[in-house]
Ligand binder design. Sequence first.
Ligand code: FSO
Ligand code: SF4
Length: 586
Amino acid sequence: MFCYQCEQTARGTGCTTVGVCGKTPETTYLQDLLTYSCKGLGCWAHFAAQQGVEVPTQVYSLLHAATFATLTNVNFDDARFKEYIVECHALREKVEAALKAAGVTATPPTPAGLPWFDLLPHPAAFKPSQAHLHNASIEHLVETGKKASLEHRRHVVDPTLLGLHEMICYGLRGLGAYAHHAEVLGERDASVDRFMAEGYAFLCSEDSLDLGKARQGLRSSATLAMVDATGAAGLTGMTILDRGHTTKFGHPEPTAVRISPKVGKAILISGHDLQDTYDLLVQTEGKGINVWTHGELLPAHGYPVLKKRFPHLAGNYGGAWYAQQKEFAEFPGPILMTTNCISEPKKSYHDRIWTTGEVGWPGVGHIEGKPGQTKDYSAVINKALEMPGFAWEPKEEEVKTVMTGFARNAVLGVAGEVVKAVQEGHLKHIFLVGGCDGHEPDRKYFTQVADGTPDDTLLLTLGCGKFRFYDHDYGMLPGTSLPRMLDMGQCNDAYSAIVVASKLAEVFGTDVNGLPLSLDLSWLEQKAVIILLTLLHLNVKNIRIGPKAPAFLTPESLAVIVDKWNLQVTDVKHPEADLAAMLQGH
Ligand code: FSO
Ligand code: SF4
């Protein structure tokens, strides 16, 4: 196997025997085969759209969901990957039939000579029948997956080109995730749908070879143009997700969230899905069960529809995803995992963790339900009723809370104060320190940067990177009613940060790069890749990412990006040097 899609990849180069995340070689090859199948479906859907033939929305829904399933820490269940592969080819047949019905006899291009498709037919021509796929054993699909694998491709493709192609592919994984999350909330955007197909089709096209043909053309290559287009689609993806959240649940408001236990039966909900959270809250209403958020669901507490209607949305338990094995083991109730990031469930809680949506772990319970369907959580609820729940709570005056809910509306609501603070010299710089979190000790760099930000600066944060410092007391911004640290929400709420930065730039008559603003982003997986591509598309310069550079970028491709956007890798050993440089606008 070979996988280097995330930051925690083995030795900083690639997982080759088993994933650091726990992904087996079998699951990896199935994901490779699924990606190959999505590329084929993408070719057919993109071609049909170009011909003016209507592509059923199911095709795009599947592309989003299946693509999301290949993201780090989402799905580890081989049987589910077989289902995605079968469905992918069933929908490819449907697109073929639609083309035929419209009288189109031409088929998508299947250029010969693309070195990375040398062991199987070109993805658009790779057409296993439904009967074959249904009867195929997992072992057989794994063997086919080897021929479609990244492990194979990396031996036949120039590493710089491969890395840029993979960056597009991982951008699509992040985009697929956000498009899928948006769809769960009833939102979709035709341009994002079409781009998912176009992006996959590009990776199968002759254009994608440009770099190999004309190395000197790297800076103006079709591949780099597609990197940029992926970022543009990312912005729309985050926009519709934000619309889904705020339309259904209102604009987040500054809210104190309890992080101390409270006596009573309990369910823990983790991941990013506010719709699942809402449905679970409805189904637990009046049952004497408290619902606790975990990880990326902490910001749920700031949404008015959730916080006003559900007093049993009790608080947040635990921190970032990587500590879940210990935290879940100690939680006195069942756990529902709605999206990434799942780690291998320990035996001690195997019988009280459920996955839902695209999340999967073999052998643990799964709650079914497609986007738009209300799921039935009674298995989780019954488990909570059987279990003891929290038996202890601190005295009222010792209850600890943290603040969340400083999304774009809340911050822009006090924009006047922020502008005044800048004009009066109380606010000298704005930092955005956040993103993903992970195991590596080097990630303490982000705490050191946050803790080192001077008193006359604002510290915006988001994602689960915040758990490293979310309970630190940074005081108030002098001369304002604002806390110095503002939690803007989940990783996808980078959108909120973009809106706030653009509005502030407008007020000061500059662009985002002209603001005293520094972005210091911790990354782990492919949602962070699409966020980064979106920021690059918006021409945001001087961004720092860390703790390590992506393994899929060779020094050559990194150099192009550094050259164009001055993207920097965090100096994890010298946070004070990074802080000083950021304060000077570097
Ligand atoms: Fe954290 Fe995991 Fe949101 Fe990522 S839960 S690490 S950026 O998936 O998704 O921030
Ligand atoms: Fe390794 Fe990350 Fe791939 Fe898992 S997702 S196999 S940890 S690179």
